[in-house]
Design a protein around this ligand. Structure first.
Ligand SMILES: C[S@@+](CC[C@H](N)C(=O)[O-])C[C@H]1O[C@@H](n2cnc3c(N)ncnc32)[C@H](O)[C@@H]1O
Length: 348
């Protein structure tokens, strides 16, 4: 089974434990078996989805588009909470905002992703739950009773999940985005190795809240334009705020563009240089193919004399892909468990 939490989420509807809602909000929505079975059986339910991670949003089936929900009166709110605790608590609070009185709120979390903690949090917030254990996941639900919601806790958790200054106020960030409350050591290592002569039109692939891109702007005065690619809209929104503020302070502000984009699908134009600290997993397990695809995509998008500057955990097997994609490879630093690599001359 490719997505056990998703399968477990829909089970109480599929087995008749819960009645089928007319209007359903699905938060952190993913496509897969459980959702498809639900739609086949109960096609009359209108589903509205929230998903800020582009690959998951793109994979949603026709008829369900990812959107952003401010408030609503849904008969059911289903959710797949993330692992990061403050982010998950923010999501539970958000779910309550969307539920009509009496609506069913359902969440499903894999046991290895903090299921017990999130279930406990939900009970504290909303009142006693019914729960089930299946597919190594916990699924728990409750019919919304507004009078029983701990509204002070709800407000506190919404504040805890909101953007705030980090790294001595240099950046705005929020729980759940990559290395959200600090500067990532690997990105810092790459920043320290950035050649000051980077120039022209560049790109940052997987920009997070914008740290690495900000270092490009600070250290490389001849950069005229930078395209910022990030699959997670929550991070990209922060990068936009952080980088626009910084660019505005330059004498000749570089042109910045932001792309909510799945980099593995390729890039829209060619670049003089690309910087990246590529993602190496979507779940908890290492998925080196993700980083390898970032390298291939970068090589395809660089001009013939273009340069890729990359940092990666030294144990990740990227060498072969680098050699297959570029004529020249140079290790600029190999320390603290990371390697910084400059790759030039993409192979045709
Ligand atoms: C290792 S982090 C690097 C963050 C940032 N560059 C920094 O300076 O700290 C990798 C980033 O890639 C993003 N990401 C993951 N999969 C992606 C994809 N398919 N396309 C674009 N970005 C992706 C993640 O959301 C994450 O922000």
């Amino acid at each position: 089974m490719d997505d056990p939490a998703l399968q477990a989420l829909f089970l109480p509807f599929l087995d008749g434990t819960l009645s089928v809602p007319a209007r359903l909000a699905f938060l952190r929505a993913r496509n897969g078996q459980g959702l498809q079975q639900f739609r086949t059986l109960f096609g009359r339910s209108a589903i509205v989805a929230e998903q800020s991670f582009r690959p998951y949003a793109d994979a949603l089936p026709p008829g369900i588009e990812a959107t952003s929900l401010a408030e609503g009166q849904f008969d059911a709110v289903l959710m797949l909470p993330p692992r990061q605790r403050s982010e998950a608590r923010g999501l539970l609070a958000h779910a309550l905002e969307l539920a009509a009185p009496g609506a069913v709120l359902v969440a499903s979390v894999a046991n290895t992703q903090g299921a017990r903690a999130i279930e406990g949090d939900f009970e504290r917030l909303a009142g006693p739950l019914v729960s089930a254990s299946k597919h190594k996941c916990r699924t728990f639900w409750r019919h919304h009773q507004p009078a029983e919601v701990d509204t002070a806790l709800m407000q506190q958790w919404q504040e805890d999940a909101a953007p705030r200054p980090v790294a001595d106020g240099r950046f705005l960030s929020r729980p759940g985005v990559f290395a959200w409350d600090h500067i990532d050591a690997a990105s810092a290592l790459l920043a320290a190795q950035l050649p000051a002569d980077l120039a022209g039109h560049g790109a940052d692939l997987g920009a997070g809240y914008g740290y690495l891109a900000s270092e490009v702007l600070a250290r490389c005065a001849r950069v005229e334009a930078l395209d910022v690619f990030e699959a997670e809209a929550r991070a990209l929104d922060l990068a936009r705020i952080n980088l626009d503020a910084m660019a505005a302070k330059r004498e000749r502000p570089p042109a910045l563009q932001y792309f909510w984009h799945d980099v593995t699908r390729g890039l829209p134009r060619r670049y003089d240089f690309i910087v990246t600290n590529p993602p190496f997993h979507q779940s908890r397990a290492d998925e080196p193919e993700l980083g390898r695809q970032f390298i291939r995509v970068a090589a395809q998008a660089l001009v013939s004399q273009g340069r890729l500057l990359l940092v990666a955990n030294r144990h990740l097997p990227y060498e072969q892909t680098l050699r297959g994609s570029f004529m020249q490879i140079q290790v600029l630093a190999d320390t603290q468990g990371f390697k910084v690599i400059a790759a030039k001359e993409p192979r045709p």
